[in-house]
Design a protein around this ligand. Structure first.
Ligand code: KG4
Length: 336
């Protein structure tokens, strides 16, 4: 079964063709990051307009690379939530018009379910149940993946997402947008005990997380140093910050695995590319005797292949949408 997948939830327009869930025939991405870098973050209105400009050509390119005609596509999968509402609407309406014109099914896909599915592409043998730490620019969740389309949230950030925190800290360190990857690179050369930074705990909710206090602590440190004219050890600060994020995520993921009895742990989303997090999870899972599944780096960030993969499993579970499909800025992953 050939699924054409469309993704437009943030600042990447993406189109892919995926066969039978796990075989990626094409995976095309048009990033707008350079455009938003001028403003230090994503400007929603610009994102929507750029999606409109890119989506038709990118879809043609995905079909061309897959060597398929439109008539050989069996269904269209599209991200319908969560994301920037105007941006998601572009993909949803484009997918609706395609399925209407071709007379084929439309399959709505939850963006974070897509991130989880990136692991099925990297690890062809991976099957649920497993536990997944989902860490992206907009979401930080610990999810029990009971089956391909049955999930429960065990823990979540109460405020900023981990990726958002990376981006805000990177901005104040002058690393540009999106700042997660450059901050990660800088951190690799620094001493992670250079600056004492807080690790928050949400009283009574051991698997929940909070990153806003950590972000504020770094911002205050930088502003105080500026006011006093002191020079900061930037690699040391980047390393101390990365360690604080990892120290928040890793023990909770392991605790969730203990709680559920899951023996397999996966990671998903843009922050899954973080080298400190990958190293700490590798060590922690090895010590606990758990199998760890990390998505390959190019599938950590937003892409449409992951939407096509999850779309296949949603299709098998009977999920379909009509022309009344709406887009949602937020939506519980358990609802799909
Ligand atoms: O999954 P993603 O592409 O978009 C969303 O669905 O939100 O995640 C983007 C986020 C950004 O915040 C970016 O800074 C962060 O992932 N990111 C990283 C790294 N690479 C990307 N954060 C930390 N370390 C990295 N190596």
């Amino acid at each position: 079964m050939n699924i054409l997948a469309i993704e437009s939830s943030c600042d990447e327009t993406a189109a892919a063709v995926v066969r039978d869930g796990r075989e990626v025939l094409s995976d095309c991405i048009a990033s707008q990051a350079d455009m938003h870098a001028i403003y230090g973050g994503v400007v929603p209105e610009i994102a929507s307009r750029k999606h409109i400009e890119a989506i038709v050509g990118l879809t043609d390119e995905a079909l061309r690379q897959a060597d398929l005609a439109k008539q050989e596509i069996d269904a269209v999968a599209v991200t319908y939530a969560p994301g920037l509402i105007g941006a998601v609407l572009v993909g949803v309406n484009f997918a609706k018009s395609l399925t209407y014109g071709l007379g084929i099914p439309l399959v709505p896909v939850h963006h974070v379910r897509g991130h989880i599915a990136a692991n099925y592409i990297t690890h062809q043998d991976l099957e649920p149940p497993f536990l997944c730490l989902c860490v992206s620019g907009g979401n930080t969740l610990i999810v029990d993946v009971k089956d391909y389309t049955e999930m429960a949230v065990l823990g979540a950030s109460r405020d900023d997402a981990a990726g958002e925190c990376f981006d805000k800290v990177a901005r104040v360190l002058g690393l540009g947008y999106p700042g997660g990857a450059p901050l990660d690179k800088l951190a690799r050369t620094g001493d992670d005990s250079r600056y004492p930074l807080p690790r928050a705990h949400v009283e009574g909710h051991d698997l929940d997380m909070s990153f806003s206090g950590l972000k504020t602590a770094v911002l205050n440190l930088v502003h105080n140093a500026e006011q006093k004219g002191e020079k900061l050890d930037l690699p040391g600060l980047a390393a101390s910050f990365s360690a604080a994020v990892s120290d928040t995520l890793v023990p909770r993921t392991l605790a969730a695995a203990r709680m559920t009895g899951r023996r397999k742990v996966a990671v998903a989303g843009g922050v899954a590319a973080n080298s400190r997090l990958r190293a700490d999870l590798t060590a922690a899972c090895r010590d606990a005797g758990l199998s760890l599944y990390l998505p390959e780096l190019k599938l950590c960030g937003d892409n449409a292949a992951m939407i096509g993969c999850q779309g296949y499993y949603e299709y098998l579970a009977g999920k379909r949408a009509g022309m009344d499909l709406n887009a949602y800025a937020t939506r519980d992953i358990a609802l799909g």
